[in-house]
Design a protein around this ligand. Structure first.
Ligand SMILES: *[C@@H]1O[C@H](CO)[C@@H](O)[C@H](O)[C@H]1NC(C)=O
Ligand SMILES: *[C@@H]1O[C@H](CO)[C@@H](O)[C@H](O)[C@H]1NC(C)=O
Ligand SMILES: *[C@@H]1O[C@H](CO)[C@@H](O)[C@H](O)[C@H]1NC(C)=O
Ligand SMILES: *[C@@H]1O[C@H](CO)[C@@H](O)[C@H](O)[C@H]1NC(C)=O
Length: 715
């Protein structure tokens, strides 16, 4: 509706068709329109003369009824149609990112949109247009050469999906863009233009969702530009510069500064620098001083900007964009980047740039400690971390080296948009070319350099294109459940656990419980009541303080590596179950209208080495239920999306037993999925979020952590 309003405001050529049956004029056909018809009819008002014969007869009622049943075709109907079918309820997942070669499906739920029943229409895949472009040009041109005729005969969303013919060959890369965006239209009246009563996916309700969907190229491969490498230096010392040979014609381009780890070398990241150049980012990899002050990334960035006229003979002069900066640090270099990010966030301003120019700070297996008064809290700057479960150095062991080796705590401190990429079977030095391999874990799980670097390249490329260039659908690319969707060029068998949280600075999300306040088990941080029937529920500070991953029964926070310093307040809920049980969070009335949000988001993990975890070594799945004020419930099994709480990596050490640290992963469920098949759920009046365990298709036994339960916006 909001999108259609934009069309109208924009001076649309789309006629605002009349919808006679909407007699009370509220834009919806409801029982009140029937009542209004009756009133008009009884009053002898010719507004009820639907057959236009000047008399009020039974035929007017029949005509009113026909138009009511046909629906209110007053404007294009904006909804998400592109996606993939699911094997269970909600039967279809609206998705935004597809890999090149994938089949794109379209579905319209006939229970939610009854007017689609029996319609034969033309399905168009068109080049993505903005709302303004749609308003000025509603004509439809299918990128496939011709539209696809389809009769919408499905009785339910289960089986309603339509495979889009030829979607496997849609163009993906587009110059320096890693994807091409498309809009989808069902042209119901088959007039070749988007108009009244047609269905459209791609009228942006939020600017962040301007495409119907996007097709992504294989981004573990290089882009179109030609990397050029020069060893050079600035006033800050030696560096390896990599820029596209085409820079003079495509610049100015954004910049990346890379900082290596202890015992590493600044010339070990050619794979990454080549990748960045090829996709239009200039990079320098610099020598680390390990000062624990953040000075290396801070000062090298300043020098790169300030001395661009002289570095490498001035090849960059005037051709770098100092308003878009990314740092990537590895191990002790990750520490420098974390601390540098903290200093910028705290207001420290170098000569030639400031915190506002930072697009993203990414650390690879960072040494997680601070130093010199800094905590290594990345602050407000967007943050990413990538880390291997088989790292023999930054291990994740809660006992090691005064908290140096548990970088999830850096993630938990960050306030900007943040992502974590935790890769099973990756060790410390697979993310550079040449460091010694310190793999720790079952040999069969080792993924090695090639695979780890494919994952890293695809992830970084998607993130810099999202945060640095505004590729909106890249967020779907990096946040979907890994088992359901992963980049091209990575192996099916690799396990990866994502965390994602939108920025907490501007309050764009509606937090129901993040456990950061109201430590009582029966009250959420948003002030609602919490009811539990699971066993051993405890609200904990998420620190394994025991130094051992052994499950003793007396440390509920066992395996939690999300807090370390006394100032770290990361908190969550842990519990176990082996029979049908639940945890229910009341949504207080003032928070109950969630119709403006896009997702329900939360993170879950399994409790390492707990008997319930060992009992079934596989992802734990469960049901998520939304309840509304009239008691209507809509239930989704997270397994429908191939999502679940990941089983801990099967590594030994740090005490007896098998299983490494607790791996939080974020699950995001589209709120519209809860409306499938006419669930009747009222998103304007949600009263509870309920997690149900050991029911239906859910796992029968488990030990879980649960955190960051919130309604979020597509941003
Ligand atoms: C990338 O896509 C945007 C639209 O999404 C377009 O404006 C731009 O020209 C594209 N860039 C290239 C290099 O093709
Ligand atoms: C960088 O900052 C220095 C010190 O303020 C200034 O003299 C110089 O002009 C700046 N260079 C650029 C390229 O902004
Ligand atoms: C993606 O690129 C990688 C790296 O070149 C390659 O190994 C892989 O086969 C590609 N996958 C597809 C499906 O193109
Ligand atoms: C800590 O772990 C050890 C085993 O490594 C165990 O003996 C001890 O009881 C544990 N302490 C607590 C408080 O859980």
């Amino acid at each position: 509706m909001a999108a259609a309003a934009v069309l109208a405001v924009a001076g649309s050529t789309l006629a605002q068709g009349t919808c006679r049956a909407d007699l009370d004029g509220d834009g919806e056909l409801t029982v009140f329109d029937f009542l209004e018809f009756q009133n008009l009819f009884a009053a002898g008002d010719l507004a009820a003369d639907f057959d236009g014969d000047g008399e009020l007869t039974i035929f007017d009622f029949l005509e009113f009824q026909n138009e009511f049943v046909a629906g209110c075709p007053s404007e294009p109907i904006s909804l998400q149609m592109a996606g993939v079918p699911l094997a269970e309820y909600p039967h279809f997942e609206a998705t935004r990112a597809f890999n090149q070669g994938d089949t794109v499906f379209l579905a319209i739920d006939p229970d939610r949109f009854p007017a689609i029943r029996g319609v034969t229409g033309d399905i168009y895949i068109v080049e993505s247009r903005t709302n303004l472009e749609w308003a000025s040009d509603p004509s439809l041109t299918d990128v496939r050469g011709m539209p696809q005729a389809h009769t919408f005969s499905a009785l339910s969303i289960d089986g309603a999906e339509v495979a889009l013919t030829g979607s496997e060959t849609l163009a993906a890369a587009n110059g320096l863009n890693i994807s091409t965006g498309y809009d989808l239209v069902v042209d119901v009246d088959r007039d070749g233009a988007l108009g009244d009563g047609d269905y459209v996916d791609g009228l942006a309700v939020h600017p962040a969702d301007a495409n119907g969907f996007s097709v992504f190229t294989n981004i573990s491969e290089m882009g179109p530009l030609t990397p050029t490498m020069i060893d050079s230096s600035s006033s800050q010392g030696v560096l390896r510069l990599n820029y596209p040979a085409e820079l003079a014609s495509v610049g100015p381009l954004p910049i990346v500064v890379i900082v290596h780890g202890g015992g590493h070398d600044y010339r070990w990241y050619d794979y990454l620098q080549d990748q960045l150049s090829s996709w239009g980012w200039v990079s320098i990899s610099v020598q680390n001083d390990f000062s624990g002050t953040g000075n290396r990334p801070l000062r090298h960035t300043d020098a790169l900007i300030g001395e661009q006229a002289t570095i490498a003979g001035g090849v960059l002069n005037g051709l770098i964009d100092s308003s878009r900066i990314v740092w990537i640090g590895h191990s002790l270099g990750g520490r420098e980047c974390n601390i540098g990010s903290e200093r910028l966030s705290d207001g420290f301003t170098p000569s030639n740039y400031s915190a506002e120019d930072m697009v993203l700070v990414s650390s690879i297996a960072a040494n997680s400690i601070g130093g010199g008064g800094f905590e290594a809290d990345p602050g407000d700057i967007n943050y990413h971390m990538i880390w291997g479960s088989a790292d023999g150095d930054i291990s994740g062991s809660p006992s090691s080296f005064g908290g140096q080796t548990i970088p999830f705590r850096n993630y938990d401190r960050a306030d900007g948009f943040k992502h974590s990429t935790y890769v099973h079977g990756a060790d410390h030095n697979v993310f550079n070319c040449c460091g010694f391999r310190n793999f720790q874990g079952p040999a069969s799980t080792e993924i090695g350099r090639t695979e780890a670097q494919q994952i890293a390249k695809a992830t970084w490329t998607a993130l810099i294109k999202h945060y640095g260039e505004g590729n909106t659908d890249a967020i779907d690319y990096v946040t979907r459940a890994w088992d359901g969707f992963k980049p091209l060029g990575v192996m099916d068998g690799t396990t990866l656990v994502h965390m994602y949280r939108p920025s907490t600075i501007d309050g764009g999300s509606r937090v129901i419980d993040d456990f950061q306040s109201n430590p009582s088990i029966s009250q959420s941080s948003s002030g609602g009541s919490v009811t539990v029937s699971v066993s051993n529920a405890a609200e904990i500070r998420q620190a394994d303080t025991n130094g051992s991953l052994t499950w003793t029964g007396s440390e509920p926070s066992n395996g939690m590596n999300y807090a370390f310093l006394s100032s770290d307040d990361s908190a969550g809920l842990v519990f176990d179950f082996n029979s049908p049980s639940f945890v229910e969070f009341q949504v207080i009335p003032s928070l109950g209208d969630v119709s403006g949000f896009d997702h329900l988001s939360f993170r879950t993990c399994q409790g390492t080495r707990h008997p319930n975890t060992i009992a079934q070594l596989e992802p734990v799945t469960f049901n998520v239920v939304l309840v509304d004020g009239s008691g209507t419930r809509s239930t989704i099994h997270v397994g429908a999306y191939e999502a679940g709480a990941s089983e801990p990596y099967q590594r030994t050490g740090a005490g007896s037993g098998v299983g490494w640290q607790n791996e939080y992963g974020t699950i995001r469920i589209r709120l519209s999925d809860f409306l499938s098949q006419g669930s009747g759920l009222d998103l304007t009046d949600i009263t509870a979020i309920r997690f149900e365990f050991a029911q239906d298709d859910g796992s029968t036994i488990g030990r879980l952590g649960l955190d960051e339960i919130e309604f979020t916006l597509e941003r």
